[in-house]
Design a protein around this ligand. Structure first.
Ligand code: SAH
Length: 464
């Protein structure tokens, strides 16, 4: 982000515009929405501009701006639409230490004016750093459609009532009150009784919320999916949007955490690769502690919460503490890995069963029904298998598996850093050592990538 968006208080401040034609007029139309003192510098202003001066909406100087004019100004717009005079204005503004915008010249400007959706006091500013004006216009058009005109009216009424609403305890009680006003009561009253009734409606709503019994805390055990935010369920998104506390695995991608309510408290737990880990008891205690305080806790778990996530232990702890909970299912790493290689996890006549297995358990390497896994056509999704590749290989070969059985490793499935490593049982440890994946890896035993192009170049030939 090269350009940092801010909202500047222009009330009573001087803003200078240099230019006499359509470019200056367009900027003025926008600036007239503010409470700035606008000064136009134009020797021969277009009639529209002269009329504004006559109506005292702006102050008109029939000459170019001098450096002395710039002093104390908040902003300067060079709006001739011509490089020569605009360059001079910009140079003077810089000499005076005032931020300048040369209209339609990103490189020559200190700041840029975003596309605006105006529902004063609610303002949406859209910028693309000059990369895609067409996109900015499309986003603006979409916003204009989505944000009702009455939004500003409701926000103004809310602004005047903020002090009164402090009678409610901060946090959830106050948030629930405002959500009720903005999304339920406010629009309804505005539509049926009009703006004048909003004050009384706010008073009545506050009385109702002051009398309400606080809702008890609860825990939602939410699946975060394999990493791509697009693979979150709608329910996961909604819950994240409302959470007071988010207790998340370290593996959960930052792009997903960004979707959570900004004011939520974030607590990272669990383990990072083979690094330090939070004991399960501590995670359980955290959930219970926050829910007891009345918080809506989202326990966010990578992939699907019910697969190798110690879900039962967390549920048992919540039950023991008498705390309400629910599970939100999600996309597991195996599904994302299969999608990445364009393969089906099951196939008629090949495998009518599918195993999700981990090569690790509490005691180290985990034993499996190796005989069944070694059968031709068997498919297994192996989690946490990076360090166990040699063990898995040894057990399978010992039970008669074909050394040429395809094994595909998918690192960072669904994430931008996704990598596919096509291998075979006999070469598995060597290929893994060579690829040296740093991210989480899902091993698909018995499956090869459908599209050879997805394998690294040196492997394409062998696959062909
Ligand atoms: N509940 C999770 C699994 C947790 S165990 C799920 O359903 O996916 C952690 C293991 O999951 C990792 O060691 C790795 O094997 C696998 N994993 C999780 N996310 C992954 C991803 N984006 N790409 C590849 N493997 C992943």
């Amino acid at each position: 982000m090269r350009h940092f968006p801010i909202f500047l208080d222009l009330a009573g401040r001087r803003v200078l515009i240099a230019g006499a034609g359509a470019v200056a007029a367009a900027k003025l139309r926008l600036l007239l929405k503010t409470e700035a003192r606008l000064e136009l510098f134009a020797a021969t202003p277009a009639p529209e501009l002269a009329a504004l001066a006559e109506a005292h909406a702006i102050l008109l100087h029939r000459r170019p701006p001098a450096e002395a004019d710039m002093e104390g100004a908040a902003l300067v717009y060079a709006a001739h639409g011509a490089a020569g005079p605009d360059g001079e204005v910009a140079a003077r503004a810089r000499a005076a230490g005032v931020l300048v915008n040369v209209v339609d010249d990103l490189a020559a400007s200190d700041f840029i004016t975003p596309a605006l959706v105006d529902r004063d006091p609610v303002t949406v500013a859209i910028g693309t750093e000059g990369a895609a004006p067409v996109l900015a216009r499309a986003i603006k058009a979409g916003m204009e459609e989505r944000l009702p005109q009455q939004l500003g009216t409701l926000a103004r009424a809310a602004k005047g009532f903020r002090d009164a609403a402090e009678a409610l305890p901060p946090g959830r009680a106050r948030r629930d009150f405002w959500a009720d006003f903005h999304f339920e009561t406010g629009p309804h009253v505005l539509e049926t009784e009009g703006e004048a009734a909003l004050g009384a409606a706010l008073e009545a709503l506050l009385a109702r919320h002051l009398g309400a019994v606080p809702t008890p805390g609860r825990v939602d055990l939410v699946s975060a999916g394999p990493g791509d935010p697009e693979l979150l369920t709608l329910r996961a998104r909604r819950l994240l949007d409302r959470a007071d506390v988010v207790i998340h695995d370290r593996l959960v991608a930052p792009a997903i955490l960004e979707l959570a309510r900004r004011e939520a408290a974030f607590i990272a737990v669990g383990k990072e690769g083979f690094g330090p880990s939070t004991p399960q008891e501590a995670i359980n205690a955290l959930m219970v502690e926050h829910a007891r305080k009345g918080a809506h806790v989202v326990r966010l778990k990578g992939g699907d919460a019910s697969i190798f996530g110690r879900l039962d232990e967390e549920i048992a702890a919540l039950d023991a503490a008498g705390i309400d909970w629910a599970v939100t299912p999600g996309v597991t790493a195996a599904s994302a890995a299969a999608a990445a290689i364009g393969a089906s996890l099951t196939q008629r006549a090949r495998n009518s069963d599918l195993r999700f297995l981990t090569a690790h358990d509490l005691k180290g390497h985990a034993e499996q029904d190796w005989r069944a896994l070694a059968r031709p056509g068997a498919v297994a999704a192996i989690y946490m298998g990076k360090r166990a590749a040699r063990f898995v290989q040894g057990r399978l070969l010992m039970h008669g598996a074909d050394p040429a059985t395809p094994v595909t490793l998918v690192e960072n499935a669904s994430l931008p850093a996704q990598r596919i490593i096509a291998s075979r049982l006999d070469r598995l440890p060597a290929d893994l050592a060579e690829a040296a994946p740093a991210g989480p890896v899902l091993m698909l035993m018995g499956l090869a990538p459908r599209r050879a192009a997805e394998a690294p170049p040196e492997l394409i030939e062998e696959l062909a």
